[in-house]
Structure formats: C-alpha cells, structure tokens
Design a protein around this ligand. Structure first.
Ligand code: C5P
Length: 293
C-alpha cells in the first residue's frame, strides 16, 4: 500500500472553557464549547509498505520529530488499531498555527494524520472509532478530528456537535509569554472558582443563531488563575473591545486571546491595530465540521 494525502489541520478556539471537577484518572472534567478557525497547518501524510517506521518532519526547528510529536503518536495509535504493523508513515508538517498557543496546533496535526490515514488505508473507521483512537493521543485530539462547533465534556472526548457559530470575523492575538497547561490545571485545583461561563446560555444562543448572545458569553476559567500574565491578557481584550469586539476571551490554557466581530472587515480593522505590538495576530473565520471530517 502506498499513497500520499495533503490534509489541513485546523486551529481551534474555546468559545467557553469550564473545569467542573476532577476525574478518577487524574484528568480534569471539562465543559467547553469549541470552534474550528481558518488558520491551519498542512500535513502531508505518506504511507508505504515497510517495517512500521514513523517519521515526522516539521518546518519549525524547536518541535519534536518522530513519535515524540503528537502527529507521530497518532500514526502509532492508528497503525495499532488498524492492525497494520508493517506500514511506514511519513508526515511532513507545514506549521502556521503558533505553537503552545492554546489553539490546539499539535492536537490538530495529530487529528489530520488520523483522518488522512483513515482514507489512505481505506479502513473506514467511523467518527466514534476515530474519536476513541484520538483519545489515546491527547485530550483535544477527539474534538480536532471532526472540529466545527462542538461541546466537549469529560476529559475532552465526549463530544456533541452544535449548531454552527453564525458567520463572523475572529481575531487571534498571541502574546509572547508561554504558559504550562499542567501547571494551570494545578493552579485551578488549589482555588475556588468564583466565576464560570454560562455554558447553557451559550448553547441556547448558538441554537437560536444569535452571534451577539453567543459572543457575550465567551469566557475561560483559566484567566482567573493567571499570575502576572493576566494584565497582558486583559490589555489585549480591552483593545479588542475598543475595536468593536462583541466578546473576547483567552483560548484553552492560553496565552492566545480571541475576539469575535460582526464581520471580517471589522476583524481585519482590529487586527491592524494589534499588529504593530504583537507578531502573532490573525484575522480568521469559523470553519464548520462539514469542511473537516
Ligand atoms: O491530554 P493531554 O496530554 O493533552 O493533556 C495535557 C495535560 O493537561 C495533562 O497532563 C493534564 O495535566 C492536563 N489536562 C487535565 N485534564 C484534561 C485535559 C488536560 O488535567 N481534561
């Protein structure tokens, strides 16, 4: 068996992110409304008969290669589940989604590899089977396999597809500092969470197709446990609101902040204000699940 597929790996934002408890396996119970956006990496995935080798190359020199990269882990998990131990997999990643940004770049690359392999190998794994394989790779990978607008619960692997986010413009702005995901989860453990997202209100707003009602409910519990970094997140949010954002929040465990705008022209105007100060600023649009899986 030989073949190559070029697959897009879409970035994501968490329109809302709540941590509702701790699971028996040590992970945290999440309740998050997630949305794919039009900023993507490209994964070139090649399979050939061989000895079960996994090769991952990227154009970003600081990223791990081979099975230390989530894309490589995805290839290993897929090979095992598909019963194809001798298949060689080569992945070449063109990175555009900033790394360690809260935009699910690594998870999205892994999900793209799973989708590409399912097609290349003709395995015909269903969405549920793909979700189970993806959960072996990482908590955000199941969502990234199908993307679109979805509610993620449990560790992140219990997914409910939602009515799509209405057409809008989205600005992404990544400040330069980094945050550690495990550390932020730990900080939440030691803190009583006083403010939570109105997830049910957000679900109703999506159901009625109201961008304004959806946008005003953008909220992330992790913003509350940021230390000295919080000031910069607030400052970016304030620039976004001044530029007309209908809602703004940090995505994932950060540090990227997103703002929702009524259209792409308004988003582009806001992005222009941020660009002189920040290197990673993107004006994007929502991507529906039909374009992904
Ligand atoms: O699953 P993944 O490897 O992406 O998770 C990275 C880290 O994030 C975990 O090691 C854990 O510390 C934290 N995490 C968590 N609960 C989740 C997802 C992630 O505690 N639901």
């Amino acid at each position: 068996m030989t073949g190559t597929i070029l697959e897009s790996a879409w970035g994501k934002i968490n329109l809302s992110l709540d941590v509702t408890g701790k699971l028996k396996n040590g992970y945290h119970a999440l309740r998050s409304v997630m949305q794919s956006v039009s900023l993507c990496d490209e994964a070139e995935v090649t399979v050939s008969d061989g000895t079960g080798r996994t090769e991952v190359r990227t154009d970003w020199k600081y990223l791990p290669e081979g099975v230390d990269n989530l894309a490589g882990k995805a290839a290993v998990a897929f090979r095992e589940e598909a019963g194809l131990p001798e298949m060689d997999v080569r992945v070449v990643l063109k990175k555009r989604i900033p790394v360690c940004a809260g935009m699910g770049g690594g998870s999205s690359d892994a999900a793209a590899v799973l989708r590409a392999l399912n097609r290349l190998c003709g395995t015909g794994f269903s969405a549920e089977e793909m979700c189970r394989i993806a959960a072996r790779v990482g908590s955000d990978v199941p969502y990234c396999v199908s993307g679109g607008t979805a509610l993620a619960e449990g560790r992140g692997e219990i997914l409910t597809l939602l009515a799509p986010l209405p057409d809008c413009g989205i600005v992404l702005c990544k400040p330069r500092f980094g945050v550690s995901t495990p550390e932020l989860f730990q900080r939440l453990d030691g803190k009583r969470v006083l403010c939570r997202p109105d997830t049910d209100g957000l679900l109703s707003a999506l159901e009625t197709g109201s961008l304004m009602e959806t946008a005003v409910r953008a909220f992330n519990v992790f913003e509350d446990v940021l230390g000295s970094e919080k000031q910069e997140i607030l400052s970016i949010k304030s620039i976004l609101y001044d530029a007309g954002a209908m809602g703004a929040a940090m995505t994932g465990t950060g540090p990227t902040v997103f703002g929702l705008f009524r259209d792409t022209a308004a988003a582009e105007a806001a992005a222009r204000i941020l660009r002189p100060k920040y290197r990673d600023v993107f004006s994007v649009v929502p991507v529906p699940s039909e374009r992904i899986l």
